[in-house]
Design a protein around this ligand. Structure first.
Ligand code: ZN
Length: 704
C-alpha cells in the first residue's frame, strides 16, 4: 500500500537521476553503473558516487597535490582535526570548512524529514553536512573529485547516511524534474560563465538557473549566495572573480580588454583561454531580473554580514533595517574593532540609504510561486503558535554568531523598523536544543516573578510559544521596549556620555537589585557550573596569587540567583526611563549579589571607544580607574555599588571578594563560549589581585 509519504519518496529519492542525453529516468545496473533504459547510455558509480562528468581541470583553494595530502590526513586523523591543523592560522578557512553556521539560514525554511535538498558545488561539505542534519535527504553535486572524496570521508566520519554525492557539471544537473524543496547555489552563479565559454555569460547563467528552476518543487526555494557587483569594497580595490580589482565595476567589454591587457597570473587563465571577462555579477535589480527570466520571479533579498560565506546576520534589503543594523554593529563592544574605517564608511553609507545598493554581497531566496515569497518557517510557526501576530507582509532580520548555539530572528511588518516579535531558534550545534529549552524555562520563571502585574521597576519579554519544526526549536517572545543600553549610550560622547550614564545607571542597578531580591527563594534555577570557579593558568602557576585568590573567594558570599549576562546589550532603556531586561538563558544560582551589576559595569568599560590595545588589555586603564583610582570612571560606578550594598545588606568589605568572584566566574563563562572577551576579564582579575590593597568603594576617596 502506498502512502503519501511513499509517493513523495518514490517521486524524488528512489529515481533521482535522468539521462543527460535523452532525459529518461536512469536505473541502476548493479552497484557500479547507472544505465538509461531508453538510449542505453551509461555512467559509472565509483565509491558509491555516480560520475556524470569528468572535469579536464582542477580548481580549489589548495593545489591538487596539497589536496591529495589533505585527503590522506583526513582519513588518518579525522576530517575535523585535519582541517583545523591544515588551516591553523586561517580562521576564515576554518569557518569555511567546519562551521555549521555556514548554513545559518536553515531554520528559515521549515524543513523536516520529508524534505529533499540539493547543494550545488559542495566543496569540502560544510553546507552539505548542515543540510544533512536538517533535511530528510540531501544531494550534493560537485565536479572536482578531490572535494567529493573529502566530503565522502567527512559524511562517513560524521555518520551522515542521508547524503548522495554526485559528480556532475552544475550546468547539466542529472536530476529529475521537481525533486527539491531547497537548492543551495552558494558562491556558484558567478562562476558558471567560466564553465561554458560559448555565448554570453549571462546566457550561460540563465541556462543554469533554468535548470535549477526545473529541478525545484513547485513551492521549493532556491538560495543564491553571491557578491554584489556594486559592493562598496570594490571601490577600494577588492579582488573581483577575474583575479583583478575593479573589473566588476567596468562595462563588460572594458573588463575583457583590461583582462587581456593584464599580465598578472590569475586562477582562471587556465580555464579561460580567450581571457574574456565571464564572471558576471550584478546589483540587486540585476539578480531579480535574471531570476525572473529563469522562471523564479518571487525573490527576497538579504544583506549577509560579513558576507554570504559567513552569513552570521541576514538583513532584508531595506534601507531602514540596514541603517539600524549598522548602528547596532557600531555600538557592540563584542564586534571586532579591526576594519574600523570600513565600518565607519558603512555607517555613513547606511545613513544615506546608499548601503542598500552597495552591500558587499547578497543572500537571495527565490521561488516560482509569488505566494511563497517568505521563508517557510513563519507559516508553520503561525499555524502552531496562536499568540504570534498576523502580518500582511512579514520581513525577517536574522542574527547569529560563528559556531553559534542560537539564532535570533526579528519579525517586522513590511516597511516598519520596530519589530513585532522576536523568534529565537536553535542551530545545528551540539547542545543547542538544551540551551533553548533552558532559556524557555528561565523565561517562564522570570515571567512568574516579574511579569505583568508584578511590582517591580523593570519589564521582561513575554513568551509567545515554544515549538519544534524538523531539527530546529523555536522560541517566540514579545519585544522589549526601548533600545539596548549600548545603543542608547553610544551616540553620546565624552562628558555627555557620563551625564547620560549618571541618569540611567541607577535605574539599571535598581533592576539588578530587584532581580537578586526577587529570585532569592527560587529553587528551579540551575546552579553555576563548578568549573567556572577554576583559576586561570597564569594564576595557578603563581602560588602567591593563587593563595590570595583563594582567600578572597573564601570571603565571598555567593548563593544569589543572577541574570548571568547583564550586559549593556541585554538591558533596554526607554527615553522615559523605563528598563527592560532580555535574554535570560544564562540565569544561574551561585553568584554574588553584585554579579549582574559588575557585569553591566564591565560591559560599559569595554564599550568605551578609547579603550584601545595601547593600554594593555582593552579597557584596563578604565577598569583600574573605576575601582582603584580617581577620575570619572570611579563615579557613578562606586556610588551605584554603595547604594546596591545598602539595599541588599551587603557589607562594603565584601565588595572586593565579590568583584574577584565575578571576574573569575565571568572569565570562565566567556571562555566556555569562546568569547574573545574572556582574555580581558582575565586581565582585570590579574589587575584586581595586584592592586587589592588599593581597592576603593568610597566615592569621595576617589576625588582628592
Ligand atoms: Zn538516454
Amino acid at each position: 500500500m502506498g502512502t503519501l509519504t511513499d509517493d513523495l519518496r518514490r517521486n524524488s529519492a528512489s529515481a533521482p537521476y535522468r539521462c543527460l542525453a535523452c532525459q529518461a529516468t536512469l536505473s541502476s545496473d548493479g552497484d557500479d553503473l547507472l544505465r538509461c533504459p531508453a538510449c542505453q547510455k551509461s555512467w559509472p558509480i565509483r565509491d558509491g558516487v555516480p560520475r556524470f562528468f569528468e572535469p579536464s581541470y582542477y580548481w580549489g583553494e589548495v593545489s591538487r597535490s596539497e589536496a591529495g595530502e589533505f585527503l590522506k590526513q583526513a582519513k588518518e586523523i579525522g576530517w575535523h582535526p585535519a582541517a583545523m591543523s591544515r588551516f591553523s592560522g586561517d580562521r576564515d578557512m576554518q569557518i569555511s570548512l567546519t562551521d555549521w553556521q555556514r548554513a545559518s539560514w536553515l531554520p528559515l525554511f521549515g524543513l523536516n524529514e520529508e524534505s529533499v535538498a540539493l547543494d550545488i558545488g559542495c566543496g569540502y561539505g560544510a553546507i552539505t553536512s548542515s543540510l544533512a542534519r536538517a533535511a530528510g535527504q540531501v544531494f550534493s553535486l560537485e565536479a572536482v573529485p578531490e572535494r567529493i572524496e573529502f566530503t565522502r570521508i567527512r559524511m562517513s566520519q560524521e555518520g551522515l547516511s542521508n547524503v548522495s554525492l554526485v559528480q556532475a557539471s552544475a550546468l547539466d544537473p542529472p536530476f529529475s524534474d521537481g525533486m527539491f524543496d531547497l537548492v543551495i547555489v552558494n558562491g556558484v552563479l558567478e562562476w558558471v560563465g567560466e564553465w561554458n565559454h560559448e555565448g554570453n555569460p549571462r546566457g550561460v547563467q540563465l541556462g543554469f538557473l533554468k535548470q535549477m528552476c526545473r529541478i525545484l518543487k513547485p513551492h521549493g526555494t532556491l538560495l543564491v549566495g553571491i557578491e554584489n557587483r556594486w559592493a562598496y569594497n570594490a571601490v577600494f580595490g577588492s579582488i573581483d572573480h577575474s583575479g583583478l580589482p575593479y573589473t566588476n565595476l567596468m562595462p563588460r567589454w572594458m573588463a575583457t580588454w583590461w583582462l587581456r591587457r593584464s599580465t598578472r597570473e590569475h586562477t582562471h587563465t587556465v580555464l579561460n583561454s580567450k581571457r574574456q571577462y565571464r564572471t558576471y555579477t550584478y546589483g540587486a535589480r540585476g539578480y531579480q531580473k535574471l531570476l525572473a527570466d529563469s522562471g523564479l520571479p518571487a525573490t527576497s533579498m538579504y544583506w549577509p554580514d560579513p558576507d554570504y560565506n559567513q552569513p552570521f546576520s541576514l538583513i532584508p534589503l531595506d534601507s531602514g533595517l540596514i541603517a539600524d543594523r549598522v548602528d547596532t554593529l557600531l555600538s557592540e563592544p563584542t564586534a571586532p574593532l579591526r576594519y574600523g574605517w570600513v565600518r565607519a564608511i558603512k555607517r555613513m553609507l547606511a545613513r544615506s540609504g546608499a548601503l542598500e545598493f552597495a552591500v558587499s554581497s547578497f543572500v537571495i531566496l527565490a521561488s516560482k510561486a509569488s505566494s511563497r515569497r517568505d521563508p517557510g518557517f513563519w507559516r508553520l510557526l503561525r499555524a502552531r503558535l496562536p499568540d504570534l501576530p498576523e502580518l500582511r507582509a512579514p520581513k525577517f532580520s536574522f542574527y547569529s554568531n560563528p559556531f553559534g548555539l542560537k539564532n535570533v530572528i526579528r519579525v517586522f511588518e513590511n516597511g516598519a523598523i520596530d519589530p513585532v516579535c522576536v523568534v529565537k531558534t536553535t542551530t545545528l550545534s551540539p547542545g543547542a536544543g538544551s540551551s533553548l529549552d533552558r532559556e524557555y524555562r528561565c523565561m517562564q520563571i522570570v515571567n512568574e516573578r516579574f511579569g505583568p502585574g508584578k511590582d517591580n521597576s523593570f519589564s521582561v519579554p513575554r513568551p509567545l510559544g515554544f515549538t519544534s519544526i524538523g531539527s530546529f526549536a523555536y522560541l517566540a517572545e514579545s519585544v522589549a521596549p526601548g533600545l539596548p543600553l549600548s545603543r542608547a549610550v553610544f551616540p553620546a560622547t565624552g562628558t555627555k556620555r557620563f551625564e547620560f550614564l549618571k541618569k540611567v545607571l541607577p535605574q539599571c542597578v535598581t533592576a539588578a537589585v530587584q532581580i537578586t531580591q526577587g529570585l532569592t527563594s527560587e529553587e528551579r534555577v540551575d546552579r553555576v557550573d563548578p568549573s567556572w570557579l577554576n583559576p586561570p593558568e597564569e594564576i595557578t602557576a603563581d602560588p602567591k596569587a593563587l593563595a590570595q585568590l583563594r582567600s578572597l573567594l573564601g570571603r565571598c558570599q555567593a548563593d544569589s540567583v543572577q541574570h548571568g549576562d547583564f550586559t549593556m546589550e541585554n538591558v533596554f532603556v526607554t527615553p522615559s526611563g523605563g528598563v527592560a531586561i532580555i535574554d535570560w538563558e544564562h540565569m544561574f544560582r551561585g553568584g554574588s549579589a553584585l554579579h549582574d551589576i559588575f557585569t553591566l559595569f564591565v560591559s560599559l568599560i569595554l564599550s568605551e571607544p578609547h579603550a584601545g590595545p595601547t593600554t594593555g588589555a582593552p579597557g584596563l586603564a578604565q577598569f583600574e580607574e573605576a575601582f582603584f583610582g580617581s577620575g570619572r570612571w570611579g563615579f557613578p560606578f562606586r556610588a551605584s555599588i554603595r547604594e546596591a550594598c545598602a539595599s541588599l545588606q551587603v557589607p562594603e568589605r565584601d565588595v572586593l571578594p565579590m568583584l574577584v568572584h565575578f571576574l573569575l566566574l565571568r572569565f570562565n563563562q566567556l571562555k566556555s563560549r569562546n568569547s574573545r572577551l574572556a582574555a580581558q576579564h582575565g586581565a582585570y582579575l590579574d589587575a584586581t589581585l595586584r592592586n587589592a590593597d588599593r581597592f576603593l568603594i568610597d566615592v569621595s576617596a576617589g576625588h582628592q
